[in-house]
Structure formats: C-alpha cells, structure tokens
Design a protein around this ligand. Sequence first.
Ligand SMILES: [Zn+2]
Length: 204
Amino acid sequence: MNNMSIFNVTKSKLKRLEKRPRVTQDVSTLGSFFKTKKPRIETPHFFSGKSACSPTWYGDTTPEIDEKTGGFTGKLVVSYNDPVLKDPCVRECVEVHEKSHVEDLQPLVKKIHDCDVAAGDDWDKKGKCSEMSNKELPFMVNKSECKAYRKSYSCLTLKLLDSNSPCSKSPHKEKINEHRQSEACELKERCTAAGTPHEGIPVS
Ligand SMILES: [Zn+2]
C-alpha cells in the first residue's frame, strides 16, 4: 500500500523543534511531501510569525520543491523580505546569514533529492529517504541558525566599528543597532537550543 505521506517532516513538527522565524526564516519551514500520484505542494514558507526576538522575518532559505513530485529538487531558494529590508548595510549582513544556511543545507537537500530519485517508485526506499530527512533536517536547524547568527551579528558589529564606512553613521547606525539587539537575542536562543550556549555570547 502506498504511503501517502512518505515524508512526514511536517511544519508543525519542525515548528515544535525550533521556536519561530525571527531575523531569518529558513529551514524552520521545511515541508517535504513526496507524492507520485497526486502531487500536493505544501508551501514551504510561513512568514507570519512574530517572535520575542524580532517582529518579522528578513531573509529565508528554503529547499526548492519540485512541483511535479512535491519533493526536494536538491536546490535551495533564498529570498528576502524587501519591504522591511531597506537598509543596505543591514541587508548585506542578512545576506551573509543566508549564505551560511546555503552552505550548511546544500549538501543535505541534495542528498535527500538524490535518495528520492534513486528510490524511484519504490515506496520502501522512499521511506528510507524520509527517515534520513526526518532525522537530519531538524537536527540541523538550530545548529545552522547558531552559526548563521554568529556570522550576521559579527557582520553588523564590524560595520558599526568601521569609521570609514557610511554604515557606521546615521541613519544606518540606528538600523544596525536595532538588528543587533534582535540578533543578540536570536543568537542566545539558537545556540542554547543547539546545545552550544557558549557560542551564543556575542564577542563584541
Ligand atoms: Zn537563519
């Protein structure tokens, strides 16, 4: 019998595993549903959440979903919340953050995609891909966030410290400081959740 929800890394499951999207949304949204007969596209994004750390999301890194199969294509889609990401100095650091996620997640989404392709129509084999996904993706979320926030937080701080950069002057300075506050909050939460609380202490 075909298992209709072969990939049960559901959004709700991942939502429970990590708290909420804040400065970035990224892998918290992973919903992978491999369907062969009736493709069902689950939108991988849910941008609605506010959090204790940040009122909105700024960047997002999500596995690309194949519209035909509903599975991962093996690629990632990076997007930015342009209406709220107007300051170019802040944006550069959000880009640094997302790039870090891409580096972390690229090998894994490709592995899951390759596994699914190799499984073909064999649902038992697809189940193994599902197991791999269920095990490895949630495990990566906080770890990848901790790493990405360390990079973006440092990026913001360095911009403030560079007196030759317009980013260290008004109005960018104020925007950067706003983001540093929410990022410091994220950094602490995510690194603690990842089991490495010492990495969540800003160095500057
Ligand atoms: Zn992130």
